[in-house]
Each structure stands twice: as structure tokens, then as C-alpha cells.
Design a protein around this ligand. Structure first.
Ligand SMILES: *[C@@H]1O[C@H](CO)[C@@H](O)[C@H](O)[C@H]1NC(C)=O
Length: 217
């Protein structure tokens, strides 16, 4: 897998660049820097050229008719910086969010949810059981991690927008989810995962911020 995936995730969550990272490729190094410094940067400085609108508040930024698409705006919402970084590394997902002709609803867990995961998104307890503690070492291990990471991210992409309440839909990973409004909250089911805000509404869909991750295994 791209070493940057695991590395960037660890750094984004801990703020520490491991010593082993020193030898990684230049591009992954810059990615790490970008993610780890993201939270201190002004929303206007990243990404450049686009989306000169305020960061996510109660009111979503509505750029439905401007030609701005999801891939343009994902990076500027600080509260979902960790998840956004992962979407850029998974080709199937980044291609989709970059395609103006394909709508999507991105369900982005906020940084707090990503940091408090009980296991890393590329770890599968079943694989540790069958393969032991070296399950993610070596080329085969990296391939496994890459597959798992892809499934994790794809489980948070609804390949449709608008997405109607109670409309059951298969995510890119194949898990079936829907949402309902209850007591003033919008909840993703199954799991009752709270939608904290809608960060963006743009030409090819919407970015929702979630309080927790979608159960993807
Ligand atoms: C895609 O999203 C836009 C913006 O919300 C909407 O106007 C359009 O109808 C959607 N297209 C499809 C095929 O759902």
C-alpha cells in the first residue's frame, strides 16, 4: 500500500512523526505535513483558489450551481481533516468525488471520532486471529491494509445525492444504510450515528459531518 496512508493517519491522530518516517518518499512527507498542520491553518489558505466561503457552521456552504464539487471543498473543513486525507488516498473514492457527473453524499466522521477508533481503520480483528500480530507486515500485509482502508472509506460514501430520509442505500463498500430525523437530530442507521452538521452542499453532492464512524465490518 502507499506507506503514506498508515503514516499520515498515525501522524494526524497523534501529531508525532515516527522516526521510521524519515526515509519515506517526499510526497508522503508533504502529505503528512499538510494533515498535521491543517488544524492550525486558516480555512482560506487550504486548499488554494477555491471555496472562499466560511468554514462549516450551522449553515452549510451552498455552492450547488457554481460548478464547485466535493473534491474542491473536502479539505477546507478542519473538523474532518483526518477523514478527508484518507479520501484523497483511495483512488476509487477520490476519482468519484472529483467527478462532476457523479453525485455523492460523503459521511465524514469528525477528527474526534477518527482519533478514538478502538482499532485502526486498516486493522481487521479476524485477520489478526488467523494471521497473527504480523498480519500487516510485508507486501501481502500492506495489500491487506490497503483493502481494509479502502473498505473503511467506501463505507462512508453514499453514491447518491440528494439522499432522502428513510431511503435505504448501498454505500460504495456495499453496506446498507439510511437516515432518519428523531428529536431534532439526524441519525444514520443502523447504529444511530448522529449527523453533527452539513458542511457543504455543492454541485455533485453534500458533505455531512458525523459524530462517529459507520460500522463497516
Ligand atoms: C446532483 O446534485 C445536484 C445538486 O444537489 C442536483 O441538482 C442534481 O439533481 C443531482 N443529480 C442527480 C442525478 O441526482
Amino acid at each position: 500500500m502507499k506507506p503514506s496512508l498508515l503514516l499520515a493517519f498515525s501522524v494526524a491522530c497523534t501529531g508525532v512523526i515516527p522516526a521510521s518516517a524519515q526515509s519515506r518518499s517526499l510526497s508522503s512527507f508533504f502529505r503528512v505535513l499538510r494533515i498535521s498542520t491543517n488544524e492550525q491553518m486558516s480555512p482560506l489558505s487550504y486548499p488554494p483558489n477555491i471555496a472562499m466561503t466560511p468554514s462549516a457552521g450551522d449553515q452549510p456552504n451552498s455552492d450547488v450551481s457554481s460548478g464547485i464539487i466535493i473534491s474542491d471543498v473536502m479539505g477546507k473543513t478542519q473538523s474532518i481533516a483526518i477523514f478527508s486525507g484518507l479520501t484523497r488516498d483511495i483512488d476509487s473514492v477520490s476519482d468519484r468525488l472529483d467527478d462532476p457527473s457523479k453525485n455523492a453524499t460523503v459521511l465524514a466522521p469528525d477528527n474526534g471520532a477518527m482519533r478514538s477508533l478502538s482499532r485502526k481503520p486498516w486493522e481487521d480483528p479476524k485477520e489478526y486471529e488467523t494471521l497473527g500480530e504480523n498480519a500487516y507486515n510485508g507486501q501481502a500485509g500492506e495489500d491487506r491494509a490497503q483493502r481494509n482502508m479502502r473498505r473503511f472509506v467506501e463505507a462512508h460514501i453514499v453514491p447518491e445525492s440528494p439522499w432522502r430520509e428513510h431511503q435505504k442505500i448501498e454505500t460504495l463498500a456495499g453496506n446498507i444504510i439510511w437516515f432518519e430525523s428523531k428529536g431534532g437530530l439526524k441519525l444514520i442507521q443502523p447504529g444511530g450515528i448522529e449527523v453533527l452538521s452539513i458542511a457543504d452542499k455543492v454541485a455533485n453532492g453534500e458533505v455531512w459531518v458525523l459524530k462517529d464512524i459507520i460500522n463497516y465490518s
